[in-house]
Design a protein around this ligand. Structure first.
Ligand code: ATP
Ligand code: MG
Length: 270
């Protein structure tokens, strides 16, 4: 009986590539014949839910089989009473536990803003992955940077949210979560800004205990796949009807490197 691993994709910043990465991890594990559940904690925006629905529609339209996860969409209340919060938290933990009993991996996509269920999801994470655009604005949620010396002054508010989630896990005697901060939309030419972000991330990672990873490059293909519900991993397979280029291969290799870095088995089916 599986006791699935919970992988949360989180950042208190919008548009950093959370849903795109969540969908790629889901399809990666499905390709490796794992049982996968997905949770869209951003039920109001519903990007991951729509991505999965588009995948199902595309498969039906083209009479092909595309792997799909067991999906749960959750909408967080805007102004809950204390009682509603408690009820929602209990219900969410029960749903997560049930998904864990039935699946090898549970991929949780979160909105780019704090809420009571956002915090709970972080507390439940065995692995937390935080995608981040290569910009000082995006870094701000993780750390305050001293403008003159370009060194870290203090952790930012999202870093504090993660710290609290870790404290809560420790008080419940759960094993520590592994935290990875993943640079997304990395430009192909190395710039001064990019080198600075990398240096700051490495220093910050040592201080607040995360591993900085070089993630996905800036590639138009990520924007094009959503409507068909496809991922890089579906391309080139005759059933998907979309061919594979060298750029796609390079992007797939980046994904493989991420999975290796987070310590997951990279099966050779992908
Ligand atoms: N590596 C990449 N290269 C190019 N475009 C990308 C890349 N990653 C994500 N994008 C694009 O950036 C936009 C935002 O991505 P996505 O919706 O995954 O971010 P998000 O963090 O989930 O946003 P939100 O906070 O609104 O939920 C999308 O148009 C997506 O296609
Ligand atoms: Mg999203």
């Amino acid at each position: 009986m599986p006791k699935g691993k919970i992988i949360v994709i989180g950042n208190e910043k919008g548009g950093t590539g959370k849903s795109t990465l969540a969908m790629h991890l889901i399809v990666w594990f499905l390709c490796c014949k794992k049982n996968v559940a997905s949770v869209d904690l951003d039920g109001r925006q519903g990007t991951l839910t729509h991505y999965i629905q588009n995948r199902s529609d595309y498969a039906n339209l083209h009479h092909i089989t595309l792997g799909l996860p067991e999906h749960l969409s959750v909408t967080v209340r805007e102004n809950p009473t204390e009682e509603q919060k408690r009820d929602d938290e209990t219900a969410f933990m029960e749903q997560l536990e049930q998904l864990r009993n039935e699946n090898d991996f549970i991929i949780v996509d979160t909105p780019g803003a704090d809420s009571y269920l956002f915090r709970l999801a972080h507390m439940a994470a065995d692995i937390l992955i935080t995608p981040l655009n290569d910009s000082l604005i995006d870094l701000d949620v993780l750390a305050k940077v001293e403008p003159e010396t370009l060194t870290i002054k203090s952790p930012g508010h999202y870093a504090q949210t993660v710290w609290q989630a870790r404290q809560k896990r420790a008080s419940l005697k759960k094993p520590q979560m592994k935290w990875f901060v993943l640079r997304n939309r990395v430009m192909h030419v190395s710039t001064r800004n990019e080198k600075l972000i990398w240096k700051l991330l490495e220093a910050l990672g040592k201080r607040i205990n995360f591993t900085a990873l070089s993630g996905l490059g800036e590639r138009i293909v990520f924007r094009e796949l959503f409507l068909k519900g496809l991922t890089l991993l579906d391309l080139g397979k005759s059933k998907s009807g979309v061919s594979m280029s060298m750029t796609h291969l390079a992007a797939r290799q980046e994904l493989r490197t991420i999975l290796q870095a987070i310590g997951e088995d990279v099966c050779d089916r992908v």
